[in-house]
Design a protein around this ligand. Structure first.
Ligand SMILES: [Zn+2]
Length: 243
């Protein structure tokens, strides 16, 4: 009878002395060579996929990563002097035959919309008067990224009873939120005899003791800013507008 320690020791010895003789030398060399090829291949695939990674479509966005991305839009934040940045962007967009559709001031800055000649791409520049804030660029495409993603969404919408047109339902939900906030702000101003240029804080409008119990959330992740009295609330998603 051998004890377990002895048996384990015998097995180890066996594997060291006998197995290398069982596996022929050429097979061992081949396996090392194969490992080398697999490693070199993976490295090459990594380098090629890094070089071919999708680049933003505009040169002013090269080297920037989107802060938010969705099936239909990408949002980038660019820091710097927003007027100079806007000029650079405008000249590139004009060169690409984009049309300037509208320029609108909002309570804390301005918003400009450009549209491609085939109307499939919108570019929004949202700047703020506060120069410490970034110039927010939103690229919105009406094209489906892939037919597979469209098919997946259509398939899921059948089972989840949701709309296949996510853009419109989220826009309507956001508009309903902004109307609710606008109503609360108007009531706050009357009840507290506020002047037209006074803007309420979140604590004035939202909370168990305030006008709206819980602050509404934009379905596309935008954030709300209240304007002066008589101005509509602002959603940071530029195509969510109460007009
Ligand atoms: Zn919104």
């Amino acid at each position: 009878m051998t004890n377990p320690d002895q048996r384990a020791w015998t097995l180890r010895l066996h594997s060291r002395l006998v197995l290398p003789r069982v596996i022929p030398m050429w097979m061992r060399q081949l396996s090392w060579r194969m490992c080398g090829w697999v490693l070199a291949g993976s490295l090459l695939v990594g380098i090629v996929s890094y070089a071919l990674r999708p680049q933003p479509p505009f040169s002013f966005l090269r080297g920037h990563q989107p802060v938010r991305t969705d099936e239909h839009f990408n949002n980038y934040d660019l820091f710097g002097e927003s007027a100079a940045l806007s000029r650079t962007i405008e000249s590139e967009l004009t060169g690409l035959r984009f049309k300037r559709i509208i320029e609108k001031p909002w309570s804390k800055g301005r918003k400009v919309e450009y549209r491609s000649a085939d109307e499939s791409t919108q570019v929004f520049l949202v700047s703020e008067m506060d120069q410490a804030r970034p110039l927010s660029i939103w690229i919105r495409s009406s094209r489906e990224r892939s037919s597979l993603s469209r098919m997946t969404r259509d398939f899921l919408s059948v089972f989840t009873f949701t709309s296949r047109h996510g853009c419109c339902s989220s826009l309507n939900a956001c508009i309903a939120n902004m109307k609710q906030i606008e109503g609360a702000q108007a009531t706050w101003a009357i009840e507290n005899r506020r002047r037209t240029n006074e803007v309420p804080n979140d604590a004035d409008l939202f909370g168990p003791q305030a006008y709206i119990r819980v602050k509404p959330q934009c379905p596309e992740g935008g954030s709300y800013t209240c304007g002066n009295q008589g101005e509509h609330p602002h959603c940071s998603v530029p195509w969510h507008e109460l007009e």
